[in-house]
Design a protein around this ligand. Structure first.
Ligand code: SF4
Length: 389
């Protein structure tokens, strides 16, 4: 999208969110050090648990750099227990308090007198402070115009359809900072409104019908493609083999909510042994769903998810004959291939992605008889990219 358009779009989004949710007055903290502590505690934690931990710190008289330095580590970890990862976070709080004492004699005014770039670099040098935490401190504690990018912001921007080409923190941040006036109040409120939208409507499973942005949202307007990955694609990816990049690109699209990726539950039969078998547990992290598989009554084991379609099962013999003629014995689809396809068909997913020549050579018949679209990932990506431009 043209830069000129993005500034209009960002203003439009802001106005709609502000009209819908009103002013939010972030950050919910009484003083800057509390913001700094909250910014660390909120890493991978729900805000209600951060509030409990902050209340504990307050009632223990430990919400100051000096008190945090003096507290034994296990005691500090115990106090902040509600936020999870409390041992690691206690270490981070110690690192922050030690740095503040050593470099600034705990004088936050002196710390915040630094210019934004130098202050950001200093914060990033402290153990436990990453980009998002540093920017939260800059914006909400120091009152500097840093736009905070979090998982919510990325999700919303991707779904709306203007994610940057490079999927990194800085690229997302630049979208906002290059197209909005560097104004602390605006950045503060904008980030708070995006978080509110993510909690209210743009959840992991979005509730688009209640969203004030639905008429300008690409996700809402276009059904994202539901792709089923043949198991061999993930095997290539996990083994980092030649076609690794194509799958990495698909996984990136899934992370940006541009495609819905799944494998069928029979992946366990294709990959029954470690170390690749253990990788199957990583599917949720890769944003890949596991669909059901097909029950073959009286033949394969019972207790699977879906009853098959007789027509699909019966076509297998024809498929073998056709594939034999077209690509030879070596590439014939076996029963597992057919079950992956069968589950994909029953679930009415959009495209089955495979490198298996024995399936690719049946593309026309599968489409004509069952409406099943099969193609290679590179072909899908080529079409998808030209369609997205
Ligand atoms: S329309 Fe749906 S996907 Fe789009 S921003 Fe709103 S909630 Fe998110």
């Amino acid at each position: 999208m043209e830069p000129k358009r993005i500034d209009h779009l960002l203003q439009n989004i802001y106005r709609r969110l502000a009209d819908n949710y009103g002013r939010l007055y972030w950050w919910p903290a009484e003083e800057p050090f509390e913001v700094m502590v909250g910014a660390i505690l909120t890493q991978s934690a729900a805000w209600r648990n951060v509030e409990k931990a902050i209340a504990n710190l307050k009632s223990a008289g430990a919400l100051s750099p000096v008190a945090i330095r003096q507290l034994p580590l296990p005691e500090l970890a115990n106090i902040i227990h509600p936020v999870g990862f409390y041992n690691a976070k206690a270490l981070k709080l110690k690192a922050l308090a030690n740095w503040l004492g050593k470099s600034y004699c705990d004088d936050l005014n002196r710390l915040f007198a630094s210019d934004i770039n130098s202050l950001r670099q200093q914060l990033l040098s402290v153990h436990g402070i990453g980009l998002e935490t540093a920017d939260s401190i800059l914006l909400y504690a120091a009152g500097k115009p840093a736009f905070v990018i979090d998982a919510y912001t990325r999700r919303i921007v991707s779904r709306l359809g203007f994610a940057p080409e490079v999927n990194g923190y800085d690229s997302y941040q630049k979208l906002f900072t290059a197209n909005l006036a560097a104004n602390v109040r605006l950045f503060n409120e904008y980030h708070a409104l995006l978080v509110e939208l993510a909690k209210d409507a743009c959840r992991k499973k979005p509730l688009c019908d209640r969203c004030c942005l639905s008429d300008i949202c690409r996700f809402y307007k276009e059904k994202i493609p539901r792709l089923t990955l043949d198991t061999n694609l993930l095997q290539e990816y996990w083994k980092k083999q030649v076609k690794y990049n194509n799958i990495e690109r698909l996984l990136q699209l899934a992370e940006q909510d541009e495609v819905d990726l799944a494998v069928t539950a029979r992946i366990h039969e294709d990959i029954p042994e470690p170390p690749l078998m253990n990788k199957i547990d990583e599917l949720p992290e890769l944003n890949v769903n596991k669909t059901g598989s097909v029950t073959r009554l009286g033949f394969w084991e019972l207790g699977r998810d879906m009853l098959g379609d007789r027509n699909f099962t019966d076509f297998y013999e024809n498929a073998l004959a056709l594939a034999n003629k077209r690509v030879g014995k070596k590439h014939l689809p076996d029963w597992r291939d057919w079950d992956h396809l069968h589950a994909h068909y029953l679930l009415k997913r959009d495209v089955f992605l495979t490198w298996d020549e024995g399936i690719i050579c049946l593309a026309q018949e599968l489409k004509d008889r069952f409406g099943v679209v099969v193609m290679k990932p590179e072909k899908f990506l080529e079409d998808f990219n030209s369609y997205s431009l």
